[in-house]
Every structure is written in C-alpha cells, then in structure tokens.
Design a protein around this ligand. Structure first.
Ligand code: KMH
Ligand code: ZN
Length: 304
C-alpha cells in the first residue's frame, strides 16, 4: 500500500496533572524527565512537550532552574523539537507559567486558548494513597479552580512568542477556543500554519466521544481553513482510541504520561516511550509515516 502522509508524534512527558503517587513511572526529578524525553524521542516522538517538577517532592514547577538541566540534557542528546509549557499547572498564576518560555525562548511552546473549569477531583475515586499532602490537595482544590487564560493573557504570551521567534501549540479544549484562535489570527497576532492541539476528555472541556472529535474537526476546518495543522490529545482512556481515529481524519497525535498514565485499561505505561511505540505501531500498520523532528519543523514553520 502506498504511504499516505507523515504524522507528527508529540510526547508530553510529565505535565502537572498527574502526581507521583499515581504511578511509579511518572518522571519527577530533572534527570528522570530528561531520560524519559530522550526515550520518547528515540521511540519516534518528533516533539517533546516539557514541564518540570520540584525534585524535593514532585510538585509541578515553572522555575527555570528546574528546566535548565532538563533542556541541556535533551538538547545535547537529541534533535527533537522542544515545546515548553506555558500552561504549567492550572493552579499557577499566568506570570509564573510564562517564566521558562521567557528564559529559554524555545522554538515551540504551548498556549491555552481560553479560561475554563479544570476538574481533577474525580481522580480521588481512583487514587486514594498519596505520599505528599500537596497531591491530594491539588485534586481537591480543582473543585473550585478556574484555569485562567483571558484574552489579555493569550495576547501577552503571543507577544512573547513574536519577540522571541517562538511558535505555539494552541491547546483548544472546547469549540469556543477555536473561535478565540480564529479571532487572534484575524487580528494578525498569529502566524500560520497554526498548530492546533485539540484536547478531549478534560472535565470542564469537550468530552471524548467520536462526535466531539468530528465537531472539533468540522469547526476548525470552517474557521481556520487551510491555515492549520491538527493534532489530537485524548486524556486518560481517550488517548489511544482518539489518536487512531483522528489520524485517519488527517490529524497528528500527542501521547505521553502528562495526558494518560496508561498503556492499556488497567495497565500502567512503564514509560513515555512505551506509549510512543504503541501509537507508532498503530500508525505504521495503517501505512502512515512518522515525521522526523526536521520534517515537523518544516511542517510547522519553526525557527529550528
Ligand atoms: N495537560 C494538558 C491537558 C499546557 O502545558 O499548556 C494540557 C497542557 C497544558 O498541556
Ligand atoms: Zn502540558
């Protein structure tokens, strides 16, 4: 069968949603995060979406001092595209969340396209034992948490990107976020091609039903036309099913322990690389090719 097209795999290595007590495989200190990122790149991820944690207790951290050793090791040992979070943890201020992108001027960074509820507390039904108080507290606190991404916040981060040559992974958790992106683009605040990461299955955003995916796709097509590259992020159990469905509708894919701790239902992923290898196998079975980092740079128009 002829090759159809190249698919960009992003690995989101540790994030800020899951906590160390939920899985012994969640990378926590800088060395673990760097090793996990390099393993994911080796397995086929062209883009590494990076957060860091405080090595003391695994708490999410946007301190550039925690990013520096991760970035140094990743850049010295791989040519993968580094994508630094500006989402940090939904509980942090926007100023805190922007610190590493301002410090390191990466070629790619995440940008969350609207304010929303961000309900993590249902995880308290599944996870009951926590090593650190902050872990339970962060889930509890999400009952009364707004993940703040006002128009002003978005414009501030876009401005940093324009100054530093950083392009964005636009994280869209709902239909309204696509409208927000269209609005920014129409005002000339973003450059194409737009890399739209549509996020499914976060409580507070759109769900993980195939109809949700279809609706996001149709709306993005209508609003953004030829101007965008589409990628799929399914949270938790949605990860692999939505990625394989999306790719057949033209998307790129994101996996990684930030988004799901699982390889199969009831089987924890032992590494980010395992998830990358799994989606890669599925894609190659369907005769898709995996994009290299340089191919991803070219497709996304990154500075390199
Ligand atoms: N944890 C994801 C659902 C960010 O880093 O900007 C969202 C995320 C946010 O990746
Ligand atoms: Zn993230």
């Amino acid at each position: 069968m002829a090759t159809i097209r190249k698919v960009i795999i992003t690995a989101a290595v540790t994030g800020a949603i899951h906590t160390p007590s939920m899985s012994p495989y969640l990378p926590s200190d800088p060395d673990e995060i760097a090793e996990a990122a390099l393993g994911a790149a080796e397995a086929g991820a062209a883009i590494l979406h990076l957060h860091t944690r405080d090595p003391e207790d695994g708490r999410p951290s946007q301190d550039p001092e925690h990013f520096a050793p991760v970035l140094e090791k990743v850049k010295n040992n791989s040519d993968a595209v580094v994508n630094i979070t500006t989402g940090g943890s939904p509980a942090m201020t926007v100023q805190e969340r922007m610190r590493p992108v301002m410090a390191f001027k990466p070629e790619l960074a995440s940008l969350n396209m609207g304010s929303m509820n961000f309900g993590l507390y249902p995880m308290l039904d599944r996870f009951t034992e926590f090593k650190h108080d902050w872990e339970r507290q962060s889930l509890e606190n999400s009952r009364d948490l707004v993940f703040k991404n006002t128009f002003q916040d978005i414009e501030t981060i876009l401005d940093i990107g324009r100054t530093n040559g950083t392009k964005f992974e636009f994280e869209c958790y709902d239909i309204s976020h696509l409208y927000n992106l269209q609005h920014m683009h129409a005002r000339g605040l973003t450059d194409g091609p737009l890399f739209v990461q549509s996020v499914f299955g976060i409580l507070g955003g759109i769900g993980g039903h195939p109809e949700d995916l279809m609706h996001m796709r149709r709306t993005a097509d209508r609003l953004l036309g030829e101007e965008y590259l589409w990628s799929i992020l399914g949270a938790g159990k949605n990860q692999m099913p939505l990625a394989t469905m999306g790719v057949q509708m033209g998307s790129h894919v994101r996996v990684g322990l930030e988004d799901s701790l699982w390889l199969e239902p009831k089987e924890l992923a032992k590494s980010n690389a395992e998830q990358v290898a799994k989606i890669r196998r599925s894609l190659e079975d369907l005769s898709y090719e995996i994009a290299t980092p340089d191919e991803a740079r070219q497709m996304l128009g990154l500075k390199g």
